[in-house]
Design a protein around this ligand. Structure first.
Ligand code: ZN
Length: 203
């Protein structure tokens, strides 16, 4: 089983619960409809990775997301994550009304930083993603349609969140294709201080 790290301790998520269409400007860039309730899908434990791998056959897109680690049914820690997506395949599946797993839940499709314990003031967290030194994505509490507390209540209304499970809270605008050699730099801030910094070079 794959693990993520929380303060140097290994944690084993049974699943990663992902939220789709949680930022207005991202919904517009993909020409999607705004859903009345959150769009939820899952990545299995086997999708966890801590590096980015591109593919010579398929376009893989990045989606940078604020991630929450669960303990005792509550938010325990925060991290940075990339929800890697085979966008063309996802579009084909969507157009046929088919599930997205082939485009979203493949091996190494969930790339995480280490997690750090977080306080209850979720409003003060924000995320930045730079690719090749250019700011590509920015997220904060304010921009989320469904806030973390509400997302967790909604997920728990039909699915148990086990200790170590991760919620990927959705991606803001600015998604795009990954090219081999791209230099990723992600930052999570609490108020004005950087609490997580993760650098990755796409293979
Ligand atoms: Zn996503």
């Amino acid at each position: 089983m794959k693990c993520v790290k929380l303060n140097e301790i290994e944690v084993q998520p049974t699943k990663i619960v992902c939220v789709g269409r949680n930022y207005v400007e991202h919904i517009k860039e993909l020409n999607n409809e705004t859903p009345s309730e959150p769009v939820i899908f899952i990545k299995p434990n086997s999708s966890i990775s801590n590096f980015i791998e591109t593919s010579s056959v398929e376009d893989i897109h990045y989606e940078a997301e604020i991630c929450l680690l669960i303990k005792n049914g509550k938010i325990d820690a925060i991290g940075f994550g990339l929800d890697l997506t085979k966008r063309n395949l996802q579009s084909t599946l969507k157009s046929k009304g088919l599930p997205w797993e082939r485009a979203k839940s493949f091996d190494k499709s969930a790339v995480f930083s280490d997690f750090v314990k977080c306080g209850s003031d979720l409003q003060s967290y924000q995320m930045e993603l730079y690719i090749n030194d250019e700011l590509k994505q920015f997220a904060n509490y304010e921009l989320m349609i469904h806030k973390p507390e509400a997302l967790i209540r909604e997920i728990q209304s039909f699915m148990t969140l086990e200790d170590g499970d991760i919620i990927m809270t959705g991606t803001p605008k600015g998604v795009g294709a990954i090219h081999s050699g791209d230099k990723f730099m992600a930052k999570i801030y609490c108020h004005d201080s950087v609490i997580i910094q993760k650098s990755l070079i796409a293979k």
